[in-house]
Write a protein that binds this ligand. Structure first.
Ligand code: ATP
Ligand code: MG
Length: 562
């Protein structure tokens, strides 16, 4: 653990909170202001959740505020649809920006004026090299760059050209505005970085008002300054941009001085968090859209049934540091289970049904049993559960010739049906293919409700549903989208897709009480896991997405692999 990562003074639990606490205590800032700055070119994913939890978290903890700022400086890739979806997702995660919604494009006029200020002071010039020449003259990590032949244009010529760029006199790529810093700098970002480029593109907010757009590096720090952001928190890949961030702030008459700090981005094993990769998965049909429950997007996770509280808890457990690491998704699963265990109503659902006839039960008799809805939440109450002569149990819960440690049903064996009776298997029926299609059982009337009057022990308790009352349902069993820890590290991300990431079971039987749940609600199917009612459900046929199993089945797989 480096000094930076050790527990921070004053109860702050990471190095950034320690810096903020220090600045507040020393009076260097009066109101702590942070911002979450998404680019509206895709949907938010769990990596963004880390940034949101940090920025909105600090804004709240220090009685300051956090702005939602769209970094809409590249009209070619940005869309109104994303602007709306991002706001919905930020709110869903539990964060609120109040009146502090901003767009980099709100600041375009001020940014333009400041660009003229740089030009007038000889700190920026219009470069008219071709893109290729510019790239070539930039040098490499080992070799310094070369000055552009246009580097010493006079401020008057630069101003004239820049105004004509704005007026739309030139095609895309004809000129750029560059900061005049140092073509020999060891930091590539300081080799006369581009501040403005010509883009004749329709902008989702400013339409065709502009045909020159500021770059991220130019817009970001200045937007921070305009909005009064005190701590501009970004991921580590911007560390090398910090000298430029500070240079621009130093060379402009900004009203306030923000500071940039970097932290490690969230990397989650067995998934991808790059928007480019996610866009490709959607575009090429490897998943069913941005809200596919296998996607690491917030909308995918929402559709899968993952509660926002579990995501926030997960992010808090991951912590904030500067060291890069790869987080095991099992950690998120555990947070999801911990939350849903407290909130999800228990229900019985048979995913792969096997018919059971209770021979000792009269044809027309129905027993209304009581089942507890959630042992973790007394207030959740009870529900009726109907017991009839014909039931379904899980196919896997019967074996004709079981191994020694199989504690479920087998010929001659007795098990408890959850909330029901003890039953004993007397016979089984096979079809022409030799598959078991029906069990013939007897029941013990003295065991109603699942109790054992004579202290007789049964090892197994099975879930079941009444064949007469059960509802047919589709259940989608989701698994990790990729089979490898670092998808694409072998060169081809598609080759690492898990072919079994979605298995649809279309002959499930669920107890009728599940019909009370609305889309988005999560139930625990006893012994199986947590399942979320999907929006594809109809009133006749519910559809469920498996959120997560009850245990970490992947840990078992990993332990068993040499
Ligand atoms: P991508 O690289 O996937 O395109 P991005 O960083 O370009 O993502 P932005 O919309 O610019 O996407 O991100 C908004 C904010 O979220 C930025 O401050 C960015 O640093 C942060 N962010 C993005 N991905 C992660 C991550 N994996 N972990 C932590 N923060 C992240
Ligand atoms: Mg970005």
């Amino acid at each position: 653990m480096s000094a930076e990562e050790s527990p921070a003074p004053g109860g702050a639990h990471d190095f950034i909170r320690a810096i903020v606490a220090d600045d507040a205590a020393a009076g260097r800032v009066s109101t702590v202001v942070t911002r979450f700055p998404p680019e509206p070119n895709g949907y938010l994913h769990i990596g963004h959740a880390k940034s949101m939890c940090l920025n909105f978290g600090i804004g709240g903890e220090f009685a300051g505020r956090c702005h939602l700022r769209f970094d809409d400086t590249n009209p070619v890739r940005e869309e109104q649809e994303y602007i709306e979806a991002i706001q919905e997702d930020v709110r869903w995660l539990g964060f609120e920006w109040g009146e502090h919604l901003y767009f980099a494009s709100d600041h375009f006029e001020q940014l333009y004026d400041w660009a003229e200020h740089l030009i007038r002071n000889g700190d920026a010039y219009v470069d008219s090299q071709s893109v290729d020449d510019m790239r070539e003259a930039r040098g490499t990590w080992n070799a310094p760059g070369r000055d552009s032949p246009w580097r010493n244009r006079s401020p008057t010529d630069n101003l004239d050209l820049f105004r004509r760029m704005r007026a739309g006199e030139f095609p895309d790529g004809a000129h750029v505005l560059r900061a005049k810093i140092d073509m020999a700098s060891g930091n590539m970002n300081m080799r006369d970085p581009v501040l403005y480029r010509i883009l004749h593109a329709h902008h989702p907010r400013t339409g065709t008002t502009w045909c020159i757009y500021p770059t991220y590096d130019y817009a970001h720090g200045q937007s921070d300054a305009i909005e009064g952001v005190t701590h501009s928190l970004c991921t580590l890949e911007f560390e090398d941009h910090r000298p430029l961030y500070d240079w621009l702030i130093d060379h402009l008459p900004v009203p306030r001085v923000p500071r940039q700090y970097e932290f490690a981005r969230l990397n989650l094993a067995s998934t991808v968090l790059s928007k480019r990769a996610l866009i490709a998965l959607v575009r090429d049909g490897h998943v069913n859209g941005w809200d596919d429950p296998r996607m690491p997007t917030l909308r995918g996770m929402r559709r899968r049934g993952i509660p926002p509280q579990a995501i926030r808890e997960f992010i808090s457990r991951v912590g904030v540091a500067r060291a890069d690491n790869l987080v095991d998704p099992a950690m998120l699963d555990n947070c999801v289970r911990a939350h849903l265990n407290l909130t999800a109503p228990r229900r019985m659902a048979v995913l792969r049904p096997l018919k059971v006839v209770i021979e000792t039960w009269p044809e027309d008799q129905t027993d209304e049993l009581q089942a507890i809805n959630n042992p973790e939440d007394e207030g959740a109450g009870h529900r009726p559960l109907l017991f009839t002569r014909t039931l379904y149990i899980e196919r896997d819960d019967f074996m004709e010739d079981p191994p020694r440690k199989f504690f479920r049903l087998a010929p001659g064996r007795e098990v408890r049906l959850r909330h029901g009776y003890f039953i004993t298997c007397r016979e089984f029926v096979k079809d022409a293919d030799g598959d078991i299609v029906e069990l013939r059982c007897t029941h013990d009337p003295a065991t109603r409700g699942g109790g054992s009057p004579d202290g007789r022990k049964v090892k197994g308790t099975l879930h079941w549903v009444s064949a007469d009352h059960a509802v047919s349902a589709d259940v989608r069993l989701y698994d990790r989208l990729f089979t490898t820890e670092t998808p694409g590290s072998g060169g081809d991300i598609i080759a690492d897709l898990n072919p079994d990431s979605c298995v649809v079971l279309d002959d499930c039987r669920v107890e009728p009480a599940v019909l009370d749940a609305a889309p988005g609600e999560v139930l625990q199917f006893e012994r199986q896991g947590y399942f979320c009612v999907d929006v594809d459900s109809t009133s006749e046929r519910p559809v469920f997405n498996r959120t997560v199993g009850l245990r970490d089945s992947w840990a078992r797989v990993r332990r068993n692999t040499p």
